[in-house]
Ligand binder design. Structure first.
Ligand code: IMP
Length: 296
């Protein structure tokens, strides 16, 4: 969102649309925050260039261009000049076609009808997920110093979170994955389709989950893993949909508590789609009708 307190007055509607997209993604932005001198007459600056946006999280300046090719060429020349004069600056020209494609992803613009995804909004942006995951990793590293924990993930939704979380754990650890499936027409029945490869006897087990919803899957897993005589079993989940909980399960580490909404992205799917979104988004209600029945 805008880092300045007042919403800026945009020079062009495309800039306002671009700002909305950045907000949707949870990306911070500043509008025209800085002017770069490009030409001098002696000491006097006679020409400046002001890029449209600065994205501090990416340390990137963006100039939008939805204009004629002749103007694009002129802008490109200016950008090259800025790069020559300020080699440490990241600056990019976003062309009309890039811009339309980006708009379409969010349901705006000329390509929209063919490319609109079934998403309502972003719940947690890439930066928020990374920040929270790093904090969880720090807590786990403190709690499990000298314990050499084994992180156990349940495929497939957890693979993004596990990959990021384990790289934030700074103490020796191991990782393994299981795969389960739910029996059809039976919400409570769970079957293991891939078991762990390591022996858990005497080990400190940390179950890593993408999302805990009713808690039934986790309940089953904890019982199953306890039977292998580990030293301890605890749970770390990125998302906790507590409002839907049917079981009384203690979650030691929780990334975010969320309301009863069906979410996708960052490994989470709706009928195997959307796992590749870099953020966690809320599925549009019309897409979500069938979602409550979706399983891993
Ligand atoms: P539980 O047994 O009801 O806690 O369900 C856990 C599993 O259901 C998760 O590991 C997910 O695979 C799936 N699930 C529950 N809610 C969502 C959601 O909002 N988006 C995607 N998958 C979900």
């Amino acid at each position: 969102m805008a880092l300045k307190s007042l919403d800026p007055v945009f020079a062009h509607p495309s800039e306002s649309e671009f700002a909305q997209i950045l907000d949707f993604y949870g990306v911070d932005w500043e509008y025209e925050p800085r002017s770069f001198p490009t030409e001098w007459d002696g000491e006097r600056v006679i020409e400046m260039f002001t890029p449209d946006f600065y994205l501090p999280q990416m340390d990137l300046y963006i100039e939008l261009t939805t204009l004629k090719q002749s103007l694009v060429t002129k802008k490109n020349r200016k950008l090259r000049r800025i790069r020559e004069l300020n080699p440490d600056i990241n600056i990019r020209l976003l062309y009309r076609r890039d811009f339309h494609r980006l708009l379409a992803k969010f349901g705006f613009g000329p390509l929209a009808s063919s490319e609109t995804p079934m998403l309502e909004s972003v719940m947690f942006g890439t930066g928020q997920i990374a920040e929270r995951t790093a904090a969880l990793g720090r807590e786990i590293s403190v709690d499990y110093a000298d314990k050499k924990p084994i992180l156990v993930g349940v495929l497939r939704g957890v693979f993004c979170f596990m990959a990021d979380l384990m790289r934030q754990v700074s103490v020796p650890m191991a990782v393994d994955f299981m795969s389960i499936s739910h029996y059809e027409n039976d919400d409570l029945g769970v079957r293991i389709t891939k078991d762990l490869d390591v022996d858990l006897g005497g080990r400190h087990v940390l179950i890593v989950e993408d999302i805990v919803d009713t808690g039934m899957t986790l309940n089953f897993l904890i019982d199953y893993l306890q039977a292998k005589n580990p030293a301890s079993v605890e749970v770390c989940t990125l998302l906790d949909k507590r409002a839907r909980r049917l079981t009384d399960t203690n979650l030691k580490y929780v990334g975010f508590e969320i309301a009863d909404e069906f979410v996708v992205g960052y490994g989470l799917d709706y009928m195997e789609e959307y796992r590749n979104l870099p953020f966690i988004g809320i599925l549009r209600p019309d897409a979500g009708e069938a979602a409550n029945g979706a399983q891993k």
